[in-house]
Write a protein that binds this ligand. Structure first.
Ligand code: FNR
Length: 362
């Protein structure tokens, strides 16, 4: 059996395979209320039907001011939780596990959604936007300058992550992933490029990692022991003076020690940078973390072909591959991968509804 289709067990959760849908914002909440809609239901359920082992939701805000755009989904109240539960049930009914990516956009909050033909940059307060917060009053590349967070703001953000994790359990999610990548709040604290604080949350490695480790520890305490906790990191800022892979490996060891089960390894997003984008371009970072911190990793970034994905696992660079844009354009990517890698009809994760007559051709 190809490695891609070998089940993976983390804590008490078994994933039917190692092809996972990466988090991707849909910017599709209609009333700017953070409540997932029919779009989310169809989008996520379709990927479960398509054979993914784990469907990770888009960045899901833990507080209203933590949304990237006004149309982002959230998990800061009961109504959002109840709507997510319908999505969770539909994904489960089709054989996949589902995780929620809990997020706070920090200084990159309150922006227009990046749809073709729509405006870009920060949404002004008088046009439905809000004041963004961040570790320091340092703007991201042309965005509005955020307000530097007080210690009380930091405590509120920690509580918001913990409350959202409790709601995630109530909704039936199998995995929580903390979003500490792509220049959003938790990454902003990690990186000296965005964190200029001179209190216990800024300066040294210990101080810059304090917020993420505090949230990981407290979420771990609130999230069931039987369910895995992931963290998505940007392994490097791709900048001389920014966050880097050595710090990421060191952080991964600490995350492991507070009960994090897998590091989902991306890069960039905190400062403008010249990124050498190409097939599998981030895999080496997943590999370095896996070997250096002895923790499970997920690899993501321009993984588009089944043989390419399979090689990442057989080389021992990651424990799972995350598929993004290829899975938007081809929701049944895992079913194609099964065919290309030689699985029989019986071994392929087809829903029962699609198997009529199949065995005659097996
Ligand atoms: C993303 N990405 C992303 N990442 C994340 O951690 N949380 C998110 O909500 C989003 N949102 C998002 C929306 C859309 C439309 C795209 C295309 C991407 C990044 C994504 O998870 C992934 O890391 C990259 O897309 C690279 O993988 P692919 O697309 O090359 O397979």
């Amino acid at each position: 059996m190809p490695q891609l289709f070998e089940p993976l067990t983390l804590r008490d959760v078994e994933f039917r395979n190692r092809i996972w849908l990466t988090p991707m914002c849909q910017y599709s909440c209609e009333a700017c209320d953070g409540i997932p809609t029919a779009w989310h239901f169809v989008h996520y359920a379709t990927r479960a039907v398509g054979g993914f082992g784990l469907v990770l939701t888009e960045a899901t805000a833990v507080a209203p001011e933590g949304r990237i755009s006004p149309q982002d989904a959230g998990l800061w109240n009961h109504d959002q939780m109840a709507a997510w539960r319908r999505v969770v049930d539909a994904v489960h009914a089709n054989g996949a596990k589902i995780g929620v990516q809990l997020a706070h956009a920090g200084r990159k909050a309150s922006t227009y959604r990046p749809f073709a033909g729509e405006p870009s940059g920060s949404v002004p307060v008088d046009a439905g936007g809000w004041e963004a917060i961040g570790p320091s009053a340092v703007a991201f590349d042309g965005y509005a300058t955020p307000r530097a967070m007080t210690l009380a703001d930091i405590d509120d953000v920690v509580d918001a992550f913990v409350d959202a994790a409790r709601r995630a359990d109530e909704a039936g999610f199998d995995v929580v992933e903390l979003h500490a990548a792509h220049g959003y709040l938790l990454h902003e604290f990690l990186s000296p490029a965005s964190n200029r604080r001179d209190d216990e949350y800024g300066g040294s490695f210990e101080n810059r990692t304090r917020l993420l480790l505090r949230i990981a520890t407290e979420v771990r305490g609130a999230w069931p022991e039987a369910k895995p906790l992931f963290v998505r990191v940007s392994a490097t800022d791709w900048a001389e003076t920014g966050w880097n892979i050595d710090e990421t490996v060191r952080l991964a060891r600490e995350l492991k020690s507070v009960g994090v089960d897998l590091v989902d390894t991306s890069t960039g997003g905190n400062v403008p940078a010249d990124i050498p984008v190409g097939p599998s371009y981030q895999v080496r970072f997943a590999s370095e973390i896996r070997r250096g911190a002895d923790i499970a990793t997920g690899a993501v970034g321009l993984i588009t072909e089944p043989a390419q994905a399979e090689a990442i696992l057989t080389e021992g660079d990651a424990d799972a591959v995350l598929i993004g844009r290829a899975g938007l354009r081809e929701p049944y990517w895992p079913l194609r991968a099964a065919a290309e890698l030689g699985l029989t009809w019986r071994e392929t994760p087809y829903p029962a509804q699609y198997t009529r007559g199949a065995w005659e051709h097996a």
